[in-house]
Design a protein around this ligand. Structure first.
Ligand code: ADP
Length: 431
């Protein structure tokens, strides 16, 4: 069966061409895909169109990157031997993906795997199977051979069974998962039985630090960009806002004005909507609990904080100040439209609080002091640091986290393909 594990019979340029064709087909069908994303996920249609562009950028990126996979020739210590490394596809890749970027989370993994000759079994989120199935149709139309990109759908109750089967199968060589840390840890345990290579992109608890020297208008723009994409439901959304005491009140004031002007909650297909529903009613309960917990421990509601009259899946954009370190919103991933603000005194304190988490995916800092920029970029224990920038994700850059936020990187030059490749050392003797 290991012989059937890869599509390397379709040679590199063939695979690259197939992916380029798939990219063109996805872009040709961008309105259809965006409509499905808004229907399944709820994000505003304009944002869904943005996701199609973002998701397809990984198809194009890997179509190009796979042409640059290279082995090495090693200097031989012996006259009679020559040594080299070659890179080969790892084999069947099991991918389990979430609902928040139903297209991108699939293309970012699958196209890396496909581009180097692996085959794929994808289990998309039960909340967004149709986006994945539509992509599968477009892959078929592009000419991907039968059996190379396979999709298994199920409801939430079936996820553990399918996850278990994929993890325990000796036919699967790699597991790539994006989702909660809790599920990631279950999968890591299950995959240990067959010593699978595991790639994990798990939860985050991103700090968003505003220093005294920050350009506050830039910081407010960055806060809105980073926090309210997908109504606060991204793994790199800022979770904890840490604002230095002397600019705290002015930042809160400008943030409040910007939110009032720019954020519109509503139907994802209505003109002007920037904030759609959360993924389900359970997510709304969770977010509401964070707000209630914070308020009961002394936080002040600046805006929002009561369930939206718009519908049971909606929650208003909310700002809390006077947040303290014992509140749940400072430790757990909020995954909703809540800005919780902690007031700090010194740079050292901000870094210490920012790093005091088992997560390490993304962190943001706003400062115009160039020395402080370097200090903070180096001191923050996160795989992704946005300095004076709230929108950091691109196919060209490596995406992944430190600590319990994950293992490995997606995208970027070379690094995103490494997981899907085996390195084989070949020693030729008798020369
Ligand atoms: P979220 O709460 O954002 O849905 P999850 O980690 O629960 O995050 O889900 C991410 C993906 O993991 C989804 O595709 C889901 O179906 C899948 N999943 C959930 N539980 C399991 C499990 N026990 N085994 C395998 N996959 C699972």
């Amino acid at each position: 069966m290991r012989n059937c594990r890869c599509s390397s019979s379709v040679r590199i340029l063939g695979r690259s061409d197939l992916l380029k064709k798939a990219y063109q087909l996805v872009m040709k069908n961008k309105e259809k895909l965006a409509r499905i994303i808004t229907l399944e996920n709820g994000k505003p249609y304009r944002e869904s169109l943005g996701e199609v562009a973002f998701g397809s950028s990984y198809i194009e990126w890997y179509a190009e990157e796979c042409r640059r996979v290279q082995g090495t020739v090693i200097s031989s210590p012996s006259q009679s031997k020559r040594m080299m490394t070659i890179k080969q596809p790892i084999g069947v890749c099991a991918l389990i993906t979430p609902w928040n970027f139903p297209l991108t989370m699939v293309t970012r993994k699958a196209c890396a795997a496909l581009s180097v000759g692996c085959t794929v079994v994808l289990k998309p989120s039960e909340e967004t199977p149709l986006t994945a199935l539509t992509l599968a149709e477009l892959f078929r139309e592009a000419g991907l051979p039968e059996g190379v990109f396979n999709v298994v759908t199920c409801d939430r109750d079936g996820a553990a069974d399918i996850g278990g089967t994929l993890c325990e199968s000796p036919l699967v060589s790699l597991l790539s998962f994006t989702g909660s840390s809790a599920v990631g840890k279950i999968l890591l345990n299950q995959a240990s039985g067959t010593v699978k290579r595991c790639h994990m992109e798990l939860g985050g608890n991103a700090p968003f630090i505003v220093m005294s020297s920050a350009d506050l208008d830039d910081a407010v723009k960055g806060a809105l960009d980073a926090k309210f994409r997908n109504t606060g439901q991204t793994c790199i959304c800022p979770n904890r806002f840490l604002v230095q005491e002397d600019v705290h009140d002015e930042f809160v004031k400008r943030l409040n004005i910007a939110m009032e002007k720019q954020l519109v909650t509503g139907d994802g297909f209505a003109d002007g909507t920037t904030q759609g529903p959360l993924i389900n009613a359970k997510a709304v309960d969770k977010v509401d609990d964070y707000v209630k917990d914070a308020v009961s421990k002394g936080a002040k509601l600046v805006r929002g904080g009561t369930r939206s009259s718009f519908g049971t899946k909606f929650y208003p954009s909310t700002v809390l100040t006077g947040v303290t370190l014992d509140m749940r919103c400072m430790h757990e991933e909020i995954f909703g439209p809540i800005i919780a603000i902690y007031r700090f005194k010194t740079e050292e304190e901000a870094i210490r609080i920012a790093n005091a988490t088992s997560y390490g995916l993304a962190g943001y800092a706003y400062t115009t002091d160039s020395k402080q920029q370097w200090r903070m970029a180096e001191a923050l224990d996160f795989g992704i640091v946005g300095l004076n920038e709230g929108l950091v994700s691109t196919a060209e850059s490596p995406h992944g986290g430190f600590k319990e936020s994950g293992i490995g990187r997606e995208g970027g030059i070379g690094i995103g393909l490494d997981d899907f490749l085996e390195v084989k050392y070949v020693c030729i003797g008798g020369l």
